[in-house]
Write a protein that binds this ligand. Structure first.
Ligand SMILES: [Zn+2]
Length: 204
């Protein structure tokens, strides 16, 4: 399927030279300058390449600054998708060390689980954490936020004041909450109650 940016418009497509962006293989990143695009910049994976679409008028300096950022974003999302359970275990330890060093408990296991109702859960008795596989497509900071939440439960079982204070140390708490709530709202909209479905089908 073609991306809308590739249709119609007069586009200049070029491949970044290796020297422009250290650590990026030649031919992996394709930058498209779109004359239709005014301000925003977007990136998506297309096979073995990452395509970054930028406004035609963007300066070279801005391109050099912003393209690696977009590429890093795409890679971080892919990193979540392929994160092994061993890596999750290490990540939880890192998060606790960084944001809640007073918690010495560490999980015995962290597992991906097909969970629709919850983002994560923690069982104190065997120190096991489960993470919803819906997070496999989420940005890294969202996964970190859910991991950190469950990790705090190793020490505090309810969502009391102490729990909240620890959780608030996570720097992107608000953005992560917004992401999770937005995801749930979209899910709920897709599984709208029968009454709403009937209303929507009316006149069809
Ligand atoms: Zn909780």
């Amino acid at each position: 399927m073609q991306h809308p940016d590739l249709q119609g418009d007069s586009l200049v497509e070029k491949t970044l030279e290796e020297s422009t962006l250290p650590g990026i293989t030649e031919g992996e990143i394709v930058v498209i300058r779109s004359s239709r695009r005014k301000k925003n910049i977007s990136a998506y994976r297309q096979g073995g390449r990452i395509v970054v679409s930028i406004p035609a008028r963007m300066s070279k300096a801005d391109e050099r600054a912003m393209v690696p950022e977009m590429v890093a974003k795409i890679r971080a999302q892919e990193a979540v998708a392929t994160m092994s359970e061993e890596t999750l275990l290490i990540r939880v330890a890192e998060l606790l060390t960084q944001f809640a060093p007073e918690i010495s408990a560490r999980p015995a296991s962290v597992n991906w689980r097909a969970m629709r109702e919850r983002w994560g859960s923690c069982t104190g008795i065997d120190r096991s954490i489960r993470i919803s596989d819906r997070l496999k497509g989420a940005p890294e900071y969202v996964l970190d936020y859910v991991l950190f939440h469950e990790a705090i439960h190793l020490e505090y079982f309810d969502h009391g004041q102490e729990f909240k204070e620890l959780l608030a140390r996570f720097p992107q708490e608000e953005q992560a909450e917004a992401y999770l709530q937005g995801y749930e709202a979209a899910e709920n909209a897709l599984t709208a109650p029968e009454a709403l479905k009937k209303l929507l089908n009316k006149g069809a």
